[in-house]
Design a protein around this ligand. Sequence first.
Ligand code: CP
Length: 302
Amino acid sequence: MRIRRSLIDLDDLTAEEIAQVFEQTAAFEETAPGRRLAGRTCVNLFFEESTRTFTSFNMAELRLGADVVNLAPRNLSFTSKGETLGDTAITLGAMGVSVLVVRHPEAGFPQRLALGFDGHVINAGDGVHAHPTQALLDIYTLIEEFGDLKGRAVAIVGDVLHSRVAHSAIRGLSRLGTTVVLVGPEGFLPSTYAGEGVRVERDFDGVLPNVDAVILLRIQRERFVAMPISDEEYVAGYRLDRRRLGLLRKEAIVMHPGPYNRGMELDDSVLDFAGWRYARQVHHGVAVRMAVLDLLVNARSL
Ligand code: CP
C-alpha cells in the first residue's frame, strides 16, 4: 500500500480519498473523536498571519489528543542563524515531531520542507499556490448543501490570479465533475484559466442566475503592487450586493474563505442573506482538519 505522507495540494488526493476525508469529517462532527493522536507532536509553523486556519488546526490537534507546539518563525534558526531549511526539517524529524502544519508566503515552501522531513507536512497555504484544507472545507460545505456536486455549477469570483484558495478549489471541484465558472476582470483572471470543466466569464450579472453557489474572493493586495482596475470599477463589476443577490436562483448559496472585506467583494446585505454559508465553512474547518490529520498520521490509505 502506498503511504502518502503529506498534503501539499488536492492533487495529492484521489476523489475516493477526498470522500474518505469527508466521511471522517461527518463522523467527527457527530461524535468526539477520542485521542487518536495521543503521543504525537504537531508543530504549527505560520510565517504569515492567520485567524481561521491557525486556530482550527490548533483545535483539531488538541481535540485529537496531540501535543501541540506553535513555533514563531522569528525563533527558527534557519531564519537568522544560517541553518538550511533541509537541516531544520531533519532536526524537527529527529525530535520525533509527527506533523508540520506550514503556512508560508512562498509557493512551494511546504513541498521543499516535506522533502527532508521524516513525518507529515500539511500545507496551510503557500503563496498563490495552494490551500488544500480550505478547499476541502469549502467542498464539504457545498456537499452538505447539494449532495453530489456532479453537474452543479460554482462561480468563483474576483482575484483568482492571486488566490491559493481558488487554485485549490478549481482543482478539487473540477475533479468532482462540478462546472467551475471563474468571474473577474482580465487583470485578476487571465483567459488562460479556461479549460476542461472551467469557464472564464467577465459578466457577473450574466453568471448569477446560472450557478448553484458563488464563492467570493478577497482582493489579495499583499501579493501585487498595483490594482489592475480601480476599486470603483471592481465594485461596479464584481461586488455582490442586494441587487445582484436578487439575480441568484432561490436555492443558491454564497461562500467566502475569509477574511472578507465589507464594501469590496460584498456589501452588508450578503451577511444577512439566507444562503450565506461563511459560518458553516468555518465550522467545518475544525473537523475537516481533524480528518486530514487522522488519515495522514494513522495512515489507513492516504
Ligand atoms: N481562509 C483562511 O485561510 O483564513 P486565515 O488566513 O485566517 O487562515
